[in-house]
Design a protein around this ligand. Structure first.
Ligand code: NAD
Ligand code: 44H
Length: 486
């Protein structure tokens, strides 16, 4: 069978976007939006993709940087199908293996934007990074050196600043990225003129993204290749729904990627959108998937039709999360109902294990704020958000290590646990403790949660009780039991 690059042509355009991350999400979301804007909005800009971590670029080269986004689901009440071949990726470089080529992009006059998705763990400062490192270990470290190179090359020209549009789901992602860059500039004693240029000539916009992207559909691929008439190992599957909220209204005219079916909101009210989306959609995922996986389920769609897990989800979302959202309750409920329809989309299979990636930082970002607001408002520990931490501790509890992961056991199946290397190491070293010590030592990790969770009255004993009960009667039976409690 022919390959996508035998049938489609890459289209040359000026490189306007530097993109940190080559993952499924960016390819089906930002790159899709830019590709549509190239076709419909005369954006006229291509993307230079940087692999922020070790990884292979040859899978892109093999296809001449072309790939297909397959959208499947419902739009405006009808079944919607779209296959779009993305022609807007100009080059894909490894920050480590092709460092000089990567830095040379800083000299491109056409460059205007930096887009990133390095997961919530990616926007971080590492004090052990040195200015001489080629590259620095973190994404913000690499970006600082890149921006410094551009600043020097153009002698601090005000019109050569860049607009940063991070899409990681951290709160205030743009400001967080800016802080990390400024921290590197200070640690590396870069000139004050550079810091001034960062402030005056560059923009760090907070953004919020929303689209469920399920990635490469391993099992369905042969049938899809038949339907498309070509092979594509970079094909990515996603739902039709999309929303990009950019918290910097001034960017609207500079970054016109708004199109029919791909709304982009340029607003100064980003926080309200973000809180609603992260707490309800991502919070529901993180609260549900680890226990549901241990209960024997594999996909979000299965959870929606499983009465026990569905009751858990209903009580979590409508009973505990929606009341904490700072928007009119009817709006938050309507958003939650729409999320339910998206979770139940029969055309995309969203694997629970895919959502489990980096669950520690996700629990902190997606659940802890709602947990605390709920506790403050009711004076009681929210039962499902409390349970969700126990489910995480159960899912991560293993001494078995694999290749860059831990290996958990579900019945006779081994599953992979992926998170930050240090997080995995701590879990591995803690797994053999008796349950109460395991729970208390992990809940006390301020570096994991931003605070010592054992200081919240009753929280650690409740989590220990959940773990004991899961061990006694099984995870699924325990979820059923909790669901019947008032
Ligand atoms: N898949 C979705 O439905 C979806 C939707 C909205 C938002 N997101 C966001 O996208 C992120 C990535 O999802 P994906 O589906 O593209 O995953 P993916 O595994 O396909 O890609 C992950 C990307 O992040 C990079 N990365 C991971 N950890 C990093 C670190 N510590 N430092 C630097 N780079 C790092 C990887 O190199 C890769 O480029 C999620 O964490 C989420 O925040 C995903
Ligand atoms: O992509 P992750 O791994 O950060 O999180 C898993 C899901 O919660 C997430 O991908 C949602 O589907 C997405 O945020 C919807 O916009």
């Amino acid at each position: 069978m022919e390959n996508v690059s035998d049938l489609y042509q890459h289209i040359s355009r000026p490189v306007k976007v530097l993109q940190f991350g080559e993952g499924n999400f960016l390819r089906a979301f930002a790159d899709y939006a830019i590709d549509v804007a190239n076709e419909k909005n005369d954006f006229n800009g291509n993307i230079a993709v940087i692999l922020p971590r070790a990884g292979r670029t040859d899978r892109f080269a093999r296809q001449n940087n072309l790939y297909t986004v397959c959208l499947r689901g419902r739009r405006n009440g009808s079944v919607y199908t779209e296959n779009r071949v993305i022609t807007s990726i100009e080059t894909v470089l490894s920050a480590k293996e092709e460092y000089q080529d990567f830095m040379a992009l800083a000299h491109m006059a056409t460059l205007e934007f930096v887009i990133s998705n390095t997961t919530e763990a990616g926007i971080a400062f590492d004090g052990t990074d040195a200015l001489e490192d080629c590259p620095a270990s973190t994404f913000p470290g690499k970006l600082t050196k890149f921006l410094y190179e551009r600043y020097r090359f153009y002698d601090g020209a005000a019109d050569k600043g860049l607009i940063m549009l991070p899409t990681e789901l951290n709160d205030n992602n743009g400001q967080l990225l800016r802080q990390c860059v400024l921290q590197y500039a200070a640690a590396w004693q870069l000139p004050a003129g550079f810091t001034a240029w960062l402030t005056a000539a560059c923009v760090f916009a907070d953004t919020l993204v929303d689209r469920i992207v399920t990635g490469y559909p391993e099992k369905e691929a042969p049938a899809l290749f038949e339907e498309l008439g070509y092979e594509d190992r970079l094909l990515v599957k996603a739902e039709p729904f999309a929303l990009w909220v950019i918290g910097e209204p001034s960017v609207a005219s500079q970054f016109p990627v708004n199109s029919e079916g791909f709304p982009v909101e340029y607003t100064d009210r980003l926080q309200a959108f973000k809180e609603q989306k992260v707490r309800i959609l991502n919070g529901a995922h993180t609260a549900m998937v680890l226990g549901a996986y241990l209960s024997g389920l594999d996909y979000v769609g299965q959870c929606m039709s499983d009465s026990v897990i569905r009751r858990q989800l209903d009580q979590t979302v409508f009973g505990e999360i929606v009341p904490t959202v700072h928007l009119p309750k009817e709006k938050a409920k309507a958003f939650a109902q729409a999320v339910y329809e998206r979770f139940a989309n029969p055309f995309v299979k969203h694997a629970l294990l895919a959502i489990s990636l980096n669950s520690v930082s996700k629990w902190r970002a997606r659940i802890l704020p709602a947990f605390k607001d709920s506790l403050a408002a009711t004076g009681r520990l929210p039962k499902w958000l409390t349970y969700s931490l126990a489910a995480l501790l159960a899912f991560y509890r293993t001494e078995e290590a694999g290749d860059h992961c831990l290996l958990g056991q579900r019945g006779s199946n081994t599953y992979e646990i992926h998170d930050d290397a240090m997080v995995l190491q701590v879990f591995r070293e803690s797994a053999g403790q008796v349950t109460a010590d395991y729970v208390r030592s992990l809940m006390g990790r301020i570096d994991f949660w931003g605070e010592d969770l054992t200081q919240i009255p009753g929280f650690a004993p409740a989590v220990i009780a959940h773990l004991d009960r899961m061990a006694a009667i099984g995870v699924k039976a325990h979820i059923g039991e909790v669901g019947r409690q008032a």
